[in-house]
Design a protein around this ligand. Structure first.
Ligand SMILES: [Zn+2]
Length: 258
């Protein structure tokens, strides 16, 4: 038995004075993105973390039994015949939102996603994404690039130079990897950017017509772009945090710094 004295009510209330809690850096960042996007006219949408295979894969143009499904190591839930999973991406909400809403619209979906993979400094089994989806008439890649530049500029608080490279995601065509000039070396090359001068920051692309159609949107009339920002990734870049697991460890030395 320990003999430590229990705090009486008076003492415990004293302790909380001046020690008020504050929002975790992840929550702060999600709020920050929500504010930035809201100002640009985006609506904040959400969806379930326990998802159907249909919304996570089928409707997003992942072909059945195609290796692209293995790109995302999935936590399948039991019983397996129900085909329920922990969503591997916030893109599931694209279809859910399109089913309920008419174009044009612009949404973001910040939320938790899950991957059944070994953890290391840059991978964790749970992390956060911020999906973006804009659907309307005459939407082009130029709209996508301009939007991303604005958002990143606001978030990082300085001029941001990005470049687009081809990338593959089943739900977009063309698909793009978006790189940002490394802000440690400003493009000169350093260990953080593997001496390339660029840092991969998000995936994006023009919404595949099959995805629009699956959501009940006429792909002959409307186009769209989509992007997925890795919230944890941009936090690590902005604040110089070298291990994603620190964000989930509850370590007060980190929590109290922000
Ligand atoms: Zn660099």
């Amino acid at each position: 038995m320990t003999t430590s004295k229990k705090l009486d009510k008076k003492e415990s209330s004293k302790l909380t004075v001046g020690q008020g809690g504050h929002l975790h850096l992840l929550t702060q960042t999600i709020k920050r993105f929500s504010d930035i996007f809201s100002k640009m006219g985006f609506e904040i949408a959400s969806g379930p973390e326990i998802e159907d295979e249909y919304y996570n894969f089928d409707a997003l143009n992942f072909p059945k039994n195609h290796p692209s499904r293995d790109m995302q190591d999935t936590f399948w839930l039991k019983p397996e015949n129900l085909k329920k999973l922990l969503r591997t991406q916030t893109s599931d909400v694209q279809i859910r939102y399109m089913e309920e809403n008419q174009a044009p619209f612009a949404i973001i979906v910040p939320g938790k996603v899950f991957r059944n993979e070994a953890t290391d400094a840059t991978h964790d089994a749970q992390f956060h994404q911020c999906e973006g989806l804009v659907v309307g008439e005459n939407i082009t890649l130029a709209n996508l690039k301009g939007t991303l530049e604005n958002i990143l500029q606001e978030f990082f608080g300085k001029d941001v130079v990005i470049r687009l490279r081809p990338g593959y995601f089943p739900f977009v065509e063309p698909g793009l990897e978006v790189d940002m000039v490394c802000f440690k070396c400003e493009g000169k090359g350093c260990p953080s950017c593997s001496h390339s001068g660029w840092i991969e920051i998000l995936g994006a692309g023009m919404v595949h017509p099959n995805v629009l159609n699956a959501g009940g949107i006429d792909s002959r009339k409307y186009q769209g772009f989509a992007f997925g920002i890795g919230i944890d990734r941009v936090i690590m870049l902005k604040y110089g945090i070298d291990d994603i697991r620190r964000l989930y460890s509850g370590d007060l030395r980190l929590v109290n710094q922000f």
